[in-house]
Design a protein around this ligand. Structure first.
Ligand SMILES: NC(=O)c1ccc[n+]([C@@H]2O[C@H](COP(=O)([O-])OP(=O)(O)OC[C@H]3O[C@@H](n4cnc5c(N)ncnc54)[C@H](OP(=O)(O)O)[C@@H]3O)[C@@H](O)[C@H]2O)c1
Length: 357
């Protein structure tokens, strides 16, 4: 396949500067273990603001943002092995979460690099548009549940997880991460009480939440409702929206422990963690360094889980969330990014159709 030497991409010249579309950004070259992907759909995530406004993980400026996409492999390194086994090859459809902040990887472009060991082959049962919306959410949920909460993954595909009907509180079940946290915990055999705004009550129940509480209620009332719903028996908590340290501290203070260990995992890996003297352990989730060679432990975990994720997405046991296509081409990305930042699309993932399949 003949590839161009340059591409269109969104560039942020320096930290906090406005994004601009350029048409002369060099096409990156994949290493032996990487893929060059022609982006069909680029997804927009909260972390894209953290990289561009705060410089999170950004190695150099100007910088092409964007952390998640789906597309077609146009070049595969000689050792670019699929997590499903075998080599990736030209024409394969994939989605994934790229290295954050590293040149050549940003997905607000026509082409991006993707590390093969953490690439998710597109399941037959999923459209390429949906595939662009799932990887950040599902990989983060798996890290929280099977990594930080220490829940066993065995049996989840057969509905024989070890949860035994115990309760987990998921804060923010309607978000991209939260939707997969709720569904995965159900597959693992747990009961889930979650929080969302009232407009998302129906959708979180449809993906399996046993009970839902309005996150806009006063904190005491949320804790009271969770206490009643769980009969005062909840020792695991997952904050999928990064803003609930105080609420979780309040909940675990109000509800006495019903098991030897209480664990709280959170997508918030930047604020100080709640005081350990409150009787629970807080474990931050860190997907950000995905793909980097120094993240061998993280990458290995994800490689191991991707075949499970692939099958659960393919057979519909894990369902992607709703999305909204908010633009076309690389030129459409800045406008779509503003739509995502405005919050007006609620829990819908914002994507851009960068090119035709
Ligand atoms: N540490 C990591 O490795 C990692 C990985 C992935 C994501 N994250 C972080 O995790 C957070 C969530 O990411 P995401 O992609 O899932 O976000 P998202 O889909 O954009 O989240 C939006 C959803 O959150 C809901 N929400 C907002 N405030 C809430 C609250 N106080 N309680 C319950 N629900 C609330 C919104 O509901 P309404 O619209 O109805 O108000 C909306 O449904 C972000 O801060 C992201 O940066 C961290």
């Amino acid at each position: 396949m003949t590839l161009p030497t340059t591409q269109k991409a969104v560039l942020v010249p320096s930290q906090g500067a406005p994004a601009q579309v350029h048409d002369d950004v060099p096409l990156p070259e994949p290493s032996a273990t990487q893929l060059l992907v022609k982006i069909i759909y680029a997804a927009i995530n909260p972390v894209d603001v953290f990289t561009t406004q705060f410089g999170l993980l950004v190695e150099s400026w100007p910088f092409v943002p964007g952390s998640e996409a789906s597309g077609i492999v146009v070049k595969a390194g000689a050792n670019a092995m699929s997590p499903l086994g075998g080599h990736f090859k030209e024409g394969d459809l994939v989605s994934g979460c790229v290295r954050l902040g590293v040149a050549g990887h940003g997905t607000f472009a026509e082409y991006c690099l993707l590390d093969a060991e953490v690439a998710v082959p597109k399941p037959q049962g999923l459209s390429l548009a949906s595939a662009a919306t799932v990887t950040v959410g599902v990989l983060t949920a798996f890290l929280g549940i099977f990594g930080e909460l220490g829940i066993g993954i065995e049996g989840i595909e057969e509905g024989k997880g070890a949860g035994n009907g115990r309760w987990v509180a998921v804060f923010g079940g309607a978000g991209a991460v939260g939707k997969f946290a709720v569904q995965t915990l159900k597959l693992a055999g747990y009961k889930v009480v979650t929080t969302s705004s009232t407009k998302s009550f129906e959708s979180v129940r449809l993906i399996g939440a046993d009970a839902v509480v309005d996150y806009k209620l006063p904190a005491d009332e949320i804790v009271e409702q969770i206490t009643q719903i769980t009969d005062g028996k909840v020792d695991l908590a997952f904050d999928a929206v990064s803003v609930n340290n105080n609420l979780v501290a309040k909940m675990f203070t109000a509800i006495p422990p019903s098991s030897a260990e209480r664990v709280f995992t959170t997508t918030n890996d930047w604020d100080p963690v709640p005081d350990a003297s409150l009787g629970f352990v807080t474990k931050g989730i860190t997907l950000g360094p995905i793909g980097r060679p120094e993240s061998a432990v993280l990458n290995k975990k994800l490689t191991t889980w991707i075949p499970v994720i692939y099958r659960l997405l393919d057979n519909g046991k894990l369902k992607p969330g709703d999305y909204s296509v908010e633009g076309q081409g690389v030129e459409g990305i800045p406008h779509a990014w503003e739509a995502q930042k405005s919050g007006r699309l609620g829990s819908k993932k914002v994507i851009v159709k960068v090119a035709d399949e």
